[in-house]
Design a binder for this molecule. Structure first.
Ligand SMILES: Cc1cc2nc3c(=O)[nH]c(=O)nc-3n(C[C@H](O)[C@H](O)[C@H](O)COP(=O)(O)OP(=O)(O)OC[C@H]3O[C@@H](n4cnc5c(N)ncnc54)[C@H](O)[C@@H]3O)c2cc1C
Length: 336
């Protein structure tokens, strides 16, 4: 009898990166997802260890982890067929001295040009292209459906997808801020209940505004496909995904200020998504305490794209019983 697959619940960046990592190691996987718009699709796709570390003024060990996440991207993108853009990221318009000092103190390169500081350490993907490449690489392992319950069996788990049952050797929860699935052990429910939702509103402008990432107080603007992405809010506690006009107006004004240009009419499509965050701002990646072949790839806060391949590798290592990567401890769900 062949071994049942590893079932990954959720096809956002964390679920698909974990599935792809396992798939390229030769493991049988099934990814279940309803196929709706998720946070991963509407994100700006910045792989930004330098800017994220300096903006959030993180401790050096966080910056090292973010850099390690970025460093996995080059080989991962080639293997998965993801286009990885290397373009400068610039900070303008406020506390430029502080940003430069923090970038340098954390070991990131930083070029000062007048009233802005630029780094070449950050990359970017187009989330739509990247998600589509990962789905294509996984082929018919990605199935449309919503997991409604899971139950322990002698050999693993039985996963309910509507009225269908899937046997799983192991289960990976990569459900974003989705609802708690029935049948989860108490330890998993507690960790999921503690995830804080943080709403983010973002706009896609149908016009090129910049040729590289420009960030500043209250907004960023990045190139994307044939236009630009304008983002993004951080609204803790909000789960709604309907864009609101006041926020759109505030973000648009902030972007013109950051670009130091007079406002011009722009055709912008606004969207909102919800990121999940833990109390320490790092994802939950690894085994749910108590064993039982149940794993998590959840709650990467603002850095789901940055940390996707790292989370995928940490979870895959644990599933396979391989020696843990140096960053596994920091992401271990058992730390809470
Ligand atoms: C506006 C905005 C901008 C962002 N920009 C960036 C950026 O530039 N760089 C960066 O690194 N990060 C960015 N992020 C953060 C990043 O998008 C998130 O951290 C990441 O998308 C989270 O991925 P995820 O896989 O955990 O969740 P999601 O993308 O939410 O995916 C979870 C999936 O699980 C599915 N699911 C839930 N419940 C079930 C169930 N019961 N059965 C089956 N499937 C289920 C959902 O339908 C969904 O498809 C941004 C986020 C936002 C909102």
């Amino acid at each position: 009898m062949s071994c049942p697959p590893i079932v990954i619940v959720g096809a956002g960046v964390l679920g698909l990166c974990t599935a792809f990592e396992l798939h390229r190691r030769g493991r049988a996987v099934v990814v279940v997802d309803p196929g709706e718009v998720n946070a991963s699709l509407i994100a700006a796709g910045m792989i930004a260890p330098a800017m994220e570390s300096a903006i959030d003024d993180v401790a050096p060990d966080y910056a090292r982890l973010f850099r390690a996440g970025r460093d996995l991207w080059t080989a991962f993108a080639v293997a998965a067929g993801i286009v990885l853009a290397h373009r400068p990221a610039e900070w303008r318009g406020g506390d430029v001295d502080g940003m430069e000092a923090r970038l340098r103190a954390l070991g990131f390169d930083a070029r000062r040009e007048g009233d802005c500081v630029t780094t070449d350490e950050d990359y970017q993907v187009d989330p739509a292209q990247a998600l589509s490449a990962l789905r294509q690489a996984l082929g018919d392992a990605v199935v449309v459906g919503r997991v409604t319950g899971i139950a322990r069996t002698d050999h693993g788990w039985r996963v309910s997808v509507g009225d269908q049952m899937l046997d799983a050797e192991a289960v990976v929860l990569a459900t974003g801020v989705g609802e708690v699935i029935s049948g989860l052990p108490e330890a998993a429910r507690g960790l999921i209940d503690a995830i804080q939702p943080i709403r983010g509103q973002i706009g896609v402008a149908a016009r090129e505004l910049v040729d590289h990432v420009v960030r500043g107080p209250g907004a960023y603007v990045t190139p994307m496909a044939s236009g630009a992405v304008i983002g993004a809010t951080m609204e803790p506690g909000r789960l709604d995904t309907v864009p609101d006009a006041e926020t759109s107006e505030r973000l648009t004004q902030a972007v013109w200020r950051v670009l130091d240009r007079s406002p011009e009419p722009l055709n912008i499509e606004w969207r909102a998504g919800v990121r999940g965050a833990t109390a320490d701002g790092l994802p939950l990646a690894g085994a749910v305490p108590g064993g039982q072949r149940l794993f998590m790839a959840l709650a990467p806060r603002r850095n789901g794209w940055l940390l996707g391949p790292l989370v995928g590798a940490v979870v895959a290592d644990e599933i396979e019983g391989r020696a843990a990567s140096p960053h596994a401890h920091a992401l271990d769900p058992g730390r809470f």
